[in-house]
Design a protein around this ligand. Structure first.
Ligand code: GBH
Length: 477
């Protein structure tokens, strides 16, 4: 029941990591500085019609220039860990060639700043900002991109591989492949089912090659990981089981099986046979992709409801992505994605903390040896901004709905731990309001508000709530 997720007073075990996350293109700005090359998100956001209000990441939160202030903010909130991503085009402006020293220096300063403040650095190598020059050669449909990614990983690992605690290769390859090359809702905006499936494989391959490259250069025995957005599925009607099987295959098992067991699921190959024979998979790839992982990153926001539809489904974009002509579900033409009952967040995503608990428990049953970390969870809601002289910034930001969302999902994590899940931590998305991809600045996920006129940071009520959780390890009243 609803009350099972109110959680006040529950205590996490010692060492449970409570922190926050961002991503380079969403917060950094400084798009043309210190030798950074263009990424596919620069191109995409500067192409009219792709992002709400024509927003771009040119300035974003100006985090690049406000690094020290933001580090102090993290320390004030008592974060145990900070998950950030490295912009590949800052390190290699064209995706190839020698490392750009200014790019490396920025992330080196970030990592040092975290360590000085006692905050654990969790670095993601790829959160969607592919160098445009590589896209011009086919992007993730091109096997050479996976090879280039390994070289990029080696350059970054050589610089930061004595200090980063956890390396995450990719953030949500589902989004990169299916939204980038299938539905076209994300950069590079292609709408081609074959391209999407080819990208799936090359992203998996890039992960494996990057872990190998990192292992060969790091010196501090870090954790290696990848972060997935696994879909928690609810089937409806006759054929519910079949609908769930198909979407579970193409959304979840097409990543989980090669990463953790080796090779692609037979049913996924069969479901997609009219699109491709998967001949882009070469001998030896399965072994490269299946690298031992120290922790699996799980991003969770909502659940997905599906049913088998008699004909070609009219509704393939359940999560509110604008209809751009393509489907993010290659081969799943007979699946309809159903709207879910509320409550919903400002994204239109239904709020269902039990789905997170269920996901964590199910992963730990199928992979008992694999530690888990919630690397993103959070919600977009409109905030209530009021003058309040008692606050250091002179402004209070009331976001009860976000506090409630976080409370319920943190409680879901606690319940999973109680049920024996080896869950190492929870990172809230996001530290700051930021560039929410196709929605630009219209959707706010931060526990800290960003005033986009002044770029001032104003902690919301949820930030104070989360700070107390981080300080005590106990879910606040
Ligand atoms: C994450 O993506 C990103 O890592 C992060 O950068 C972003 O800001 C954040 O979440 C908030 O969006 O209805 O079946 O299509 C999450 C993207 C959202 C994609 C939920 C899938 C629903 C699945 N996911 N969406 S479906």
């Amino acid at each position: 029941a609803d009350d099972d997720y109110r959680g006040a007073g529950l205590q996490f075990p010692a060492g449970f990591v409570l922190g926050s996350a961002t991503a380079s293109y969403q917060v950094e700005g400084a798009a043309h500085e210190d030798g950074r090359g263009p990424s596919i998100w620069d191109t995409f956001s500067h192409t009219p019609g792709n992002v709400w209000n024509g927003d771009t990441g040119d300035v974003a939160d100006d985090h690049y220039h406000r690094l020290d202030e933001d580090l102090d903010l993290m320390a004030d909130l008592g974060l145990h860990a900070y998950r950030f991503s490295i912009a590949w085009p800052r390190i290699q402006p064209t995706g190839r060639g020698p490392a750009n020293p200014a790019g490396l220096a920025f992330y080196s300063r970030l990592v040092d700043g975290l360590l000085e403040r006692g905050i654990r650095p969790i670095a993601t190598l790829y959160h969607w900002d592919l160098p445009q020059a590589l896209e011009d050669e086919g992007g993730w449909t091109n096997r050479a991109t996976a090879e280039a990614f390994a070289e990029y990983a080696r350059l970054v690992g050589t610089e930061l591989g004595d200090r980063v605690a956890t390396w995450t290769t990719l953030n949500e390859p589902w989004c990169s492949a299916y939204l980038g090359y299938g539905s076209g809702a994300h950069a590079p905006g292609r709408t081609d089912p074959l391209a999407a499936l080819t990208a799936v494989h090359h992203l998996n391959l890039a992960h494996g090659l990057a872990v190998q490259a990192l292992r060969s250069v790091v010196t501090n025995d870090p954790d290696f990981s990848i972060t997935l957005n696994l879909h928690v599925l609810r089937g409806e009607g006759e054929g519910a089981e079949e609908a769930v099987r198909q979407i579970d295959g193409i959304a979840n098992r097409v990543f989980l099986q090669p990463l953790l067991e080796g090779g692609y699921p037979d049913d996924v190959l069969a479901d997609t046979a009219t699109i491709t024979d998967w001949s882009f998979v070469r001998d030896g790839d399965a072994e490269i992709i299946r690298q031992p992982l120290d922790v699996l990153g799980v991003n969770y926001y909502s659940t997905t409801k599906v049913r088998l539809w008699d004909g070609v489904s009219p509704r393939q974009n359940a999560d509110g992505h604008k209809d751009v002509g393509g489907s993010p579900w290659p081969g799943a033409d007979r699946i309809e994605f159903l709207p879910q009952p509320g409550p919903h967040t400002d994204m239109g995503w239904n709020i269902e903390p039990a789905g997170l608990e269920e996901l964590l428990v199910s992963l730990s049953r199928t992979h008992p040896e694999l530690p888990l970390m919630v690397t993103e969870n959070g919600a977009a809601f409109p905030d209530e901004v009021v003058a309040d002289p008692s606050r250091p910034t002179g402004t209070a930001v009331h976001d009860d709905l976000r506090v409630d969302y976080l409370r319920r999902h943190v409680t879901a994590c606690h319940r999973a731990v109680e049920r024996g899940v080896d869950l190492r931590g929870y990172l809230v998305w996001s530290l700051l309001d930021n560039f929410e991809w196709g929605y630009g600045y219209a959707k706010r996920f931060g526990i800290v508000r960003v005033d986009y006129d002044t770029l001032e940071r104003i902690p919301k009520d949820s930030a104070f709530w989360f700070a107390e959780l981080a300080r005590t390890g106990r879910i606040p009243e």
